[in-house]
Design a protein around this ligand. Structure first.
Ligand SMILES: Nc1ncnc2c1ncn2[C@@H]1O[C@H](COP(=O)(O)OP(=O)(O)O)[C@@H](O)[C@H]1O
Ligand SMILES: [Mg+2]
Length: 197
């Protein structure tokens, strides 16, 4: 058994098959990149892991716990101890950078003082502490991507999922150097289409 296991997982959207009996085993602290053409099911794999989709068949385990099985999510997204950077980033447009990062900490009832320290610390690490009060539309694409990364990491998840992390090419190299600096215990699965390389 690995830290993350997908056993013969299938997912269909109506008649369209997105994933067909996929088995995948990821060890703790491993970094795995799923690479494939558009439409081959990469995002669906991440969404299944994140608990945002329900598998039709198969089983998903994280840290030895069955989190999803055929037709059922047994552990909700917020209880899977993971952070996700979405392809479209999905920052909340009406919230400042600080508020975007505080959201997950508030949901986990992290005391205010500690939450503020964590947000500051993480924004410094991604070089955005001076933009703490900015709204997403006031930031460049690369800066927005760094906010999304900081938001995914601020809760100190055991697993980091990143969908097309190379899509904002201006910050591509920096993004990878930043993720390398984050906790080595974080297991990382990311997906990339050939067109972004
Ligand atoms: N919510 C959805 N409803 C219907 N079809 C979907 C949905 N999400 C994904 N699909 C289909 O599933 C397949 C895999 O999609 P996706 O996982 O997004 O691929 P990738 O990320 O590799 O580009 C595609 O054919 C896509 O059209
Ligand atoms: Mg995708």
């Amino acid at each position: 058994m690995s830290y993350i296991d997908l056993d013969r997982v299938s997912k269909n959207f109506g008649a369209r098959g997105a994933i067909d009996q996929l088995s995948l085993h990821i060890e703790k602290s491993e970094r795995l990149v799923l690479f494939g053409p558009s439409g081959c099911g990469k995002t669906t794999v991440l969404r299944l892991l994140a608990g945002l989709e329900v598998p039709d068949m198969g089983e998903i385990r994280i840290d030895g716990r069955v989190v999803a099985t055929a037709g059922k999510n047994l552990v909700p997204s917020e209880k899977r101890d993971l952070g996700m950077v979405f392809q479209d980033l999905a920052l909340w447009p009406h919230m400042t950078v600080q508020q975007n990062l505080m959201f997950g900490l508030n949901a986990r009832s992290i005391p205010k003082r500690e939450a503020h320290v964590r947000v500051r610390e993480l924004l410094e690490r991604v070089g955005l502490d001076h933009r703490i009060d900015a709204k997403p539309h006031q930031l460049s694409g690369g800066e927005q991507q760094r906010v999304a990364l900081a938001r995914a990491l601020v809760t100190r998840p055991s697993i980091l999922l990143m969908d097309e992390p190379l899509s904002s090419l201006d910050d591509e190299r920096k993004l990878f150097s930043w993720t390398n600096r984050f906790p080595v215990s974080t297991t990382n699965a990311s997906v990339t289409s050939p067109r972004t390389c």
